[in-house]
Structures are given as C-alpha cells and as structure tokens.
Design a protein around this ligand. Structure first.
Ligand code: ARG
Length: 252
C-alpha cells in the first residue's frame, strides 16, 4: 500500500513538473514537489503589472497566480524589457509571457497565444494645451513617444516619421509633460493611470486601434496552452477574472 501511495505521489510530482512547463524550476526554488511556471513580463504597465515595494502586482500577476494555482505550480515572475518577452518565451527561458500583450499576426509567427482575457485599445495622450485634438491632427511633423517594441511603436512606426522610443511608457509620458514630444501612443488603461499621475495631460476621445490581450506560449507547447486556456475559461466563468479586474480598474 505504502509503495502504491509513493508511486502515485511521484507520478503526481512528475505530472505537475511537466504541466508547469519548466523542468528546471523545482530545484532552484527548493520546492521538490511543485513545478514552477515562469512568467516573463515587463512590470512598467499599471494596472496590468507594476512594482509595489519589492513585489510585482497587477491584473496579469494575479491572473498568472490563479492559473499557476489551478495547475498546481509555483509562479515565478521575471521582470524584463518588453521586447525581450517573446524571445524568452520562444527560447523556453520563460513558460508564459503575460504582459498586457496584444495578439498580432506578426507575433503569432514566433509564439502561440492563449485565448484572450482582455480587450484594449491604443490611445493618444497629449498636453491639455496641445493643438492636437484628434487622430487626424497627427502628421509627419508630430513627434510621437512610444514604449519600445509595443504595438504603439509598431503601428506608429508604420504610419509616422518621428517616433521616440522609451524603455518605459511612463518615460514617454514624462517627456510629453516636459514638452519634448507632441504625443504618446499607449494602451488605454496604463494611459489613464499615467495621466492621473501627471498634471496637464489628457487622452484623446478617439482611439487608435482595438486589441486583444493574451498569454504568449512557446510555439508547439500545446500541453501548456491547453492548461492555460482551461484555467482561463474557469477563471472567466467563476467570476475570478472579473473580480481581479475590478480590484485594479474602477468602473468610470
Ligand atoms: N499591448 C501592447 C503590446 O502588446 C503594449 C504592452 C506593454 N506591456 C508591458 N507590460 N509593458 O505591444
């Protein structure tokens, strides 16, 4: 009997390790029984991921924790440059990229995406006294600030001539408030947070694009993809996802 139990235990451990995607994880965290789900993110993106003291919090951090819990894995969050997330995931250094990341056809060449867990849009931030009052006021002379490698960067680089790239969205917003650039194109929820934290800025009514956020997973890792989608669908139907979002985004 004892033998049977320990065999079952070992099997569970092996399955947990395999299910978490990261076989290297267990030992370096000192947890022999739990596999580790390594999440790559860029924690400069409130309310989805940001630093609070020495912790990384936000909607994505909590969704990932809930997914990891359902999978019986321990979550480990790695905070890296936004444009390093896809390379980390596709090379297998991270299991999952969760970073308010927009699903695009281009990115689908490098990674697979889970089902979407949020909708978003790119919006334009300008100063309250700006001559730019609608999207059509943006032209070849407008200096537009973006976070490097984001969809704001990709789409604006296609359409406009003067793009300033920053490591963090907030740095672009600061440059705008110092009069160094004319506009910032960034996701709507972080835009609201940054504008609330900085005086003299506003968000144009008209949005630039509509997008869907999803988790990035290494191409061909269908086991993990299925586990993440299963967890997401449970979190959606049992109201957990809504609860997490409501904690960070107050309905306006
Ligand atoms: N949604 C945009 C994109 O996918 C921006 C995401 C930026 N996320 C972050 N954690 N900095 O490109």
């Amino acid at each position: 009997m004892k033998k049977l139990i320990s065999a079952a235990l070992i099997l569970t451990m092996v399955l947990a390790l395999a299910a978490c995607g990261s076989s290297k994880g267990g030992s370096d965290t000192g947890t022999a029984t739990k596999g580790v789900l390594v999440m790559a993110t860029n924690a400069e993106f409130p309310p989805y991921e940001y630093h609070e003291g020495d912790k990384i919090v936000g909607i994505d951090a909590e969704i990932a924790a809930a997914i990891a819990e359902k999978m019986g894995c321990e979550l480990k969050i790695e905070d890296i440059a936004f444009d390093s997330i896809i390379p980390e995931v596709s090379s297998g250094k991270a299991d999952i990229g969760l970073a308010g990341m927009t699903v695009t056809e281009d990115r689908k060449q490098s990674v697979d995406f889970s089902d979407s867990y949020a909708s978003s849009s790119q919006v334009v931030i300008v100063t309250e006294t700006s001559g730019i009052s609608s999207l059509s006021d943006l032209d070849a002379n407008s200096v537009i600030g973006v976070q490097t490698g984001t969809t704001g960067d990709i789409y604006c680089s296609d359409e406009f001539a003067n793009i300033e790239r920053y490591n963090k969205g907030m740095e672009a917003v600061q440059a705008l408030s110092q009069g160094k650039i004319d506009a910032v194109v960034i996701d709507s929820e972080p835009a609201k947070v940054f504008v609330a934290e900085t005086s003299g800025l506003k968000i144009l009514d008209e949005s630039y694009t509509d997008e869907q956020y999803a988790a990035a997973i290494r191409k061909g890792n269908t086991a993990l993809l299925e586990n993440v989608n299963k967890a997401l669908s449970e979190l959606k139907s049992d109201g957990t996802l809504d609860k997490i979002v409501a904690k960070y985004i107050t309905a306006n």
